[in-house]
Design a protein around this ligand. Structure first.
Ligand code: GLU
Length: 397
């Protein structure tokens, strides 16, 4: 048999999806594992959104829709963006597909020629790195440290630009870091993007899950020149507890959205209409459930951060947003636990799952080898139990 595509074979499985599947299959086998891998809210989709989906089926709204999404869903996206950030997009500046992840893929497909460089601050969400490779691009990693809050500076961005740089992927607020850029830093980053003629894929999927009374800055609001080069990505998964409905969108310049739509017409034929109708309800209906979830995530963040930092051998980096926290395990590197030498966060995560029966995402897939990511989109009861297990796991080692 002839060889498979070399490019496709170079793509690694998603560590976030993998760890979640592993924890679920261990649980199905009767093993009492607690999973902190998944980046998905433990809340159910709000009732009024579910009812909109049920009505869609009952009304036989089950056929193909336009490649870029129905007029209703694009209007709903435009409405939400105007309400939330005062930023205006027309119908031909918005496209909808099956999840923000798919939209990141299609957007990169639209922008990148083989060999083009795409700048990615680390720690980064695992899929950005692989998707850049999947479209033939070259990921250029900008490493950050806890001193700058795991955030990239404008000077670091400037230093990473070469004549081959096509775009920057900025995930703000960030997965897996839980960090959020302030407006001044974003302005400085935006200025570099304008000076160096870079496109910006601004993934703002966690824009509603922000703590400590801080405010999100939508990248496209930083000026007309900035908006003209920004492809804003967002969706319903995280803010409305709708991960499985698979609705994500891009808002950006007409010429880019046109190419995205052409592409979607071949690889999507329009997104599931039931989910699009539910998304219209999410974007235009009551927004109170978003705040209820946000407050709960903030309580869990506080608890996880405080308690994790009382445990010797690790330290937690305080999240400002999202439902993720980075746990730094560098102090354990070189130590032997349960007869195994810990060389990095991946070794730690593997052992913690085997001996502690707790699943966290190993950091290497995020470009953060000495960390693991702990999701707090999990009940407080499980967070407490997980921390009890972490204490015992380290104490008994
Ligand atoms: N974005 C979530 C995570 O990071 C869901 C899984 C995925 O799509 O990677 O866990």
């Amino acid at each position: 048999m002839k060889e498979l595509s070399a490019l496709a074979q170079s793509v690694r499985a998603s560590t976030t999806v993998e760890i979640d599947s592993k924890a679920k299959s261990m649980r199905a086998a009767g093993i009492d594992v607690i999973g902190f891998g998944a980046g998905e809210p433990d809340f159910d989709t709000p009732e009024h959104i579910k009812q909109a989906g049920i009505r869609a089926i009952e009304n036989n709204q089950t056929r193909y829709t336009p490649a870029a999404g129905t007029v209703d869903v694009r209007n709903a996206v435009a409405y939400r963006l105007k309400e939330d950030w005062g930023v205006e997009y027309g119908l031909d500046e918005i496209a909808v597909t099956g999840g923000a992840k798919h939209m990141v893929y299609v957007t990169l497909k639209t922008l990148v020629n083989p060999g083009d460089e795409v700048i990615l601050p680390a720690p980064y969400w695992v899929s950005y790195y692989e998707i850049i490779k999947m479209v033939g691009g070259v990921p250029v990693i900008v490493n950050t440290t806890e001193e700058t809050g795991l955030k990239m500076t404008a000077a670091q961005l400037k230093a990473a630009v070469t004549p081959k740089t096509k775009a920057l992927i900025l995930n703000n607020p960030g997965n897996p870091t839980g960090m959020m850029y302030d407006k001044e830093t974003l302005q400085a980053i935006a200025q570099v993007c304008v000076e160096e003629d870079l496109y910006v894929i601004s993934d703002e999927i966690y824009d509603k899950l922000i703590f400590d009374g801080k405010k999100h800055t939508c990248f496209a609001t930083l000026g007309e020149e900035v908006k003209a080069r920004t492809i804003l990505i967002n969706g319903v998964a995280k803010s409305y507890a709708m991960t499985g409905w698979r609705i994500g969108y891009a808002a950006g310049p007409k010429n880019i959205i046109k190419v995205i739509s052409n592409y979607l017409s071949h690889c999507m034929s329009g997104t599931n209409p039931i989910s699009q109708i539910a998304a219209v309800e999410a974007f235009t209906g009551p927004q109170d459930t978003v705040e209820v979830m946000r407050q709960e995530f903030e309580k869990r963040r506080d608890y996880l951060y405080e308690r994790a930092n009382t445990i010797p051998g690790i330290h937690a980096v305080r999240s400002e947003a999202t439902f993720y926290m980075m746990i730094n395990v560098e102090a354990l590197v070189g130590k032997t636990l349960y007869g195994v030498e810990i060389k990095d966060g991946d070794d730690f995560a593997k052992l913690f799952l085997e001996k502690g029966l707790v699943a966290v995402v190993p950091g290497s897939g995020f470009g953060a080898p000495n960390y693991v990511r702990w999701s707090f989109a999990v009940s407080m009861e499980n967070i407490k139990e997980g921390l009890d297990r972490l204490e015992k796991f380290l104490a008994d080692a």
